[in-house]
Design a binder for this molecule. Sequence first.
Ligand SMILES: *Cc1c(COP(=O)(O)O)cnc(C)c1O
Length: 369
Amino acid sequence: MIPFLSLKDVTALHGAEIQEAVRRVTESGWYLQGTENKNFEQHYAQYIGTDYCVGCANGLDALIWIFRAYIELGVMQPGDEVIVPANTYIATILAITENGLTPVLVEPKLNTLEMDDSQIEARITEKTKAICIVHLYGRLAYTERVEALCKKYQLKLIEDNAQAHGCLAADGRKTGSLGDAAGHSFYPGKNLGALGDGGAVTTNDQQLAETIRSLANYGSSAKYVFQYCGRNSRLDEIQAAVLDVKLKHLDEDNQRRKQIAQYYIENIHNEFVILPDTLPMESNVFHLFPILSPLRDVLQEYLRDNGVGTLIHYPIPPHKQKCYKQWKRMRLPITEQIAQQELSLPISPTMTIEQAAKVVELLNQITVM
Ligand SMILES: *Cc1c(COP(=O)(O)O)cnc(C)c1O
């Protein structure tokens, strides 16, 4: 049996250190807004390469707070537009609509699965205030063209870094430090995952960081003084302590993912399986290993019948979801093709090359039926 992902094994990989961190917080009697958050925020900002990191409750909130803070600061207002990839997890889009902003969905490229930057400029209007890039599957989505468009039209560059902790741009900067602000998720299955929900915003903008810290704490900047109608959206001390342990091992954990990915790339040979273009190894942290196949459902069933777990990221694109029924008739053929053909193979820091070899052996056996 090769599960898609065993979180139990992932936690056990650094189990003793994690147990020790949990015990320390448990016995301290201090469970929110303490030294564990301070330490983790400092270490994570340092790791990403930004001046500020603000912990919050989850990755969706991190993205919500970025847009909300820009609204509070007068940089954006409800009704403004945000350019965003059509092929993404729904949370990216929810963060925009939650703030009364309008997502402008841009098609991906079939060979990268990331937003097609050649289609962005034609979609920019007077109302456009930001481009939100998503380093989906752990792949670098940043391009110099996106950066140039942000400069030319004075747009904010926002990164959804939920799937790409530790990913590098060509110049060595980390994703999460490439734009004006970035949202990070520490959902357990992410490359840097907590033992529950967690998230953070990284930025070099002090005013933005302070606004977000306040919004995520009831809108309060001083005790019992409320500047904004905020919410309770904090990272708790146990999660911060666990994340601080796992951050130390993130690069080595990502390295193992890369070894598995390298094995897949070199050994998968099946005319019905299309791999996305390879990136320089440092620009992909392989949160997922997506393949495309017109026989996707056949592959998934065959692997399942032989004990291999896979998932689809994502079976229904945001514009086809009931919650966005106003987009029902929108045509985004590349996004829809990805939803029909994408399959994510197992990949994790606890997977062995022997397991990867088994997956490849099964996959290479499949011919047209
Ligand atoms: C996981 C994820 C999020 C949301 O993070 P949560 O912590 O689950 O709220 C946002 N965007 C992308 C691309 C994600 O994969």
